[in-house]
Design a protein around this ligand. Structure first.
Ligand code: SAM
Length: 282
C-alpha cells in the first residue's frame, strides 16, 4: 500500500512524495536512511527525513556540480569530493578521462555501502574505479589536516543540520581553500535560495573574504523544491569563471562525455542570477 512521505527540511513549507514501496528504512550510526519507490522520481533516498537524491533527477544536480567546474578549469587532474555518499557526483567526475585521482571524504560508510547495493543506477561502478581514494572521515577534519592539493574541490553535503553543519562553516571553507592548487576551484551545494536564503548569504560572505573570485550559479532540480538551487563558486583565478563559449564547446567535445542537462550554453547561463538571488549573494 502506498503512503505519503513528508520532507521535514523547512519550517514553513513541506513537500510530500508518494512512496509506492518502502525499500529500506534503517539507522546508520550517523543518520536515518530511508529509500522508497516513487512512480515519477524512481528510487528516492532520504537522510534524516530530507531528500538527498532521486533516480529521476539526480543527473541535473550531479552534472552541474561535476562538469561545470571541471570544464571551466580545463586541466583538472585531481579532485576532492566532500560528502556525496550516493556516488552520483563521483560517477560524473570520473567520466573525465583527464582526471587521474579523486579523493572522496564521506562521513558515513553506511551511505556508501547502501548506495552500492540499492542505488547502482546512480553510482554505477564508480566505487570500483582505481582512481578513487575513498576516505571515511569528517570533511572538516580531513581538510584541516590535508597535505595534498586538488584542482577542484566539490562539496556535496547534506543540509546544514546534523553532520553536514560543519561543512557550511567559515573554518571549513578556509581549510578547503587551502587544499586547492593555484587557480583551483571550490564548488559547494548551497540549497534553494528562496527557502534557504541565509545559507547562500553566509557562504557568499565567507567566499568573498577568502577568494579573489566568488560567485554562485544555479540549476533547477525538481526534487529540491522551492525554485533553483545555488552552488557556491570560489577561485583565485577569475578567468576560470569567464571561459568563452567556443572554448567550453571545444573542451566539452574533447571530453567525450554525454550529458542530459549540462551543456556549454547552460554552463555560461547558470551564472546569470535573478535579482532576489543576486541580492542574497551580495
Ligand atoms: N545532493 C544532496 C543534497 O543536496 O541534499 C547531498 C547528497 S550526499 C548523500 C550528502 C552526503 O554528505 C551524505 O552521504 C552524508 O553522509 C555526507 N556528509 C554529511 N556531513 C558530512 C561531513 N561532515 N563530512 C563528510 N561527509 C558528510
Amino acid at each position: 500500500m502506498s503512503r505519503w512521505i513528508e520532507e521535514s527540511l523547512h519550517a514553513d513549507f513541506r513537500t510530500a512524495l508518494k512512496a509506492d514501496k518502502i525499500l529500506y528504512d534503517s539507522e546508520t550510526d550517523k543518520q536515518r536512511l530511508v529509500l522508497f519507490e516513487n512512480a515519477t522520481f524512481g528510487r528516492v533516498l532520504t537522510l534524516d527525513g530530507v531528500v538527498q537524491t532521486t533516480e529521476g533527477d539526480e543527473y541535473i544536480y550531479h552534472e552541474m556540480l561535476a562538469h561545470l567546474p571541471v570544464l571551466a578549469h580545463g586541466a583538472a587532474k585531481k579532485v576532492l569530493i566532500v560528502g556525496g555518499g550516493d556516488g552520483g557526483l563521483l560517477e560524473e567526475v570520473l567520466k573525465h578521462s583527464g582526471i587521474e585521482k579523486v579523493t572522496q571524504v564521506e562521513i558515513d560508510a553506511g551511505v556508501v555501502d547502501f548506495s552500492r547495493q540499492y542505488l547502482s543506477s546512480i553510482c554505477k561502478a564508480a566505487y570500483d574505479d582505481p582512481r578513487l581514494d575513498l576516505v571515511i572521515a569528517d570533511g572538516l577534519d580531513f581538510v584541516a589536516q590535508c597535505a595534498e592539493r586538488y584542482d577542484v574541490v566539490l562539496v556535496d553535503s547534506t543540509d546544514p543540520i546534523g553532520p553536514g553543519e560543519v561543512l557550511f562553516s567559515e573554518t571549513f571553507y578556509g581549510k578547503a581553500k587551502d587544499c586547492l592548487t593555484p587557480g583551483g576551484i571550490l564548488v559547494t551545494q548551497n540549497g534553494v535560495p528562496f527557502l534557504q536564503g541565509d545559507e547562500l548569504k553566509n557562504t557568499m560572505r565567507a567566499f568573498k573574504a577568502l577568494f579573489a573570485d566568488a560567485a554562485c550559479y544555479l540549476a533547477t532540480v525538481p526534487s529540491y523544491t522551492g525554485g533553483p538551487m545555488a552552488f557556491g563558486w570560489g577561485s583565485g583565478d577569475a578567468a576560470k569563471r569567464r571561459v568563452d563559449l567556443a572554448t567550453l564547446k571545444r573542451r566539452y567535445k574533447a571530453s567525450g562525455i554525454t550529458t542530459r542537462y549540462y551543456n556549454p550554453a547552460v554552463h555560461q547561463a547558470a551564472f546569470a542570477l535573478p535579482n532576489y538571488i543576486a541580492e542574497l549573494a551580495g
